[in-house]
Write a protein that binds this ligand. Structure first.
Ligand code: 5GP
Length: 176
């Protein structure tokens, strides 16, 4: 595997995370509590930086999903819930926190699942999005960066569990 090359530096990430937090603070000004739902595992670093930059009251939850393992269902975009949130979200203001929107199937599945629980509102934030890979049209309310169709690692994102803790978002050439 080639050495990861920096695509988005830690300084640019920090700047963007602060800008997004400022917008969220303004948009939710005065609410009793915002619920941030981080999609494991990739979003954990983004969520921790975002949460620390927010000044509005908020609670943190995690949810985990995986794609069905066989080739055919990966292409059909089938997603399976493997860990649910701990507390009910009915009547709560919710933001789903994703690391990256690729085809859009994961966020589309999560929005359907969570919206059925009747939160007061539900929005999405993603650090990264690959517009060239979109298969389903999903609403992204807060966006860090659009990136090209490359495999990225670092800042929470992995390649077979490697490179997850690199401080910058880097591009690698996956070995097939
Ligand atoms: P989607 O359902 O939108 O196709 O896929 C979203 C998920 O695919 C992300 O949460 C992430 O786990 C994974 N993914 C997509 N592209 C990348 C990438 O470039 N790097 C890493 N590490 N994960 C990716």
């Amino acid at each position: 595997m080639e050495t990861p090359e920096v695509l988005i530096s830690r300084e640019r990430i920090a700047e963007r995370v602060n800008e997004l937090a400022t917008r969220i603070d303004a948009d939710y000004d005065g609410i009793a509590e915002l619920v941030l739902i981080g999609v494991l595992k990739g979003s954990f670093m983004f969520l921790s930086d975002l949460a620390r930059a927010l000044t509005i009251p908020h609670r943190i939850e995690f949810i985990a999903v995986s794609s069905y393992g066989d080739e055919e269902s990966i292409h059909s975009g089938a997603v399976r819930l493997i860990m649910d949130v701990r507390h009910a979200i009915e009547g709560k203001h919710v933001i789903v926190v994703e690391d990256i929107v690729d085809t859009g199937h994961t966020i589309s599945y999560l929005l359907r699942l969570l919206a059925a629980r009747q939160p007061a509102s539900i929005k999405t934030i993603t650090l990264l999005r690959k517009p060239d890979r979109a298969e389903v049209d999903v609403p992204v309310d807060y966006l860090g960066f659009d990136i090209p169709d490359v495999w990225v690692v670092g800042y929470g994102l992995d390649y077979a569990e490697r490179h997850r803790t690199l401080p910058d978002i880097c591009e690698i050439e996956p070995v097939s």
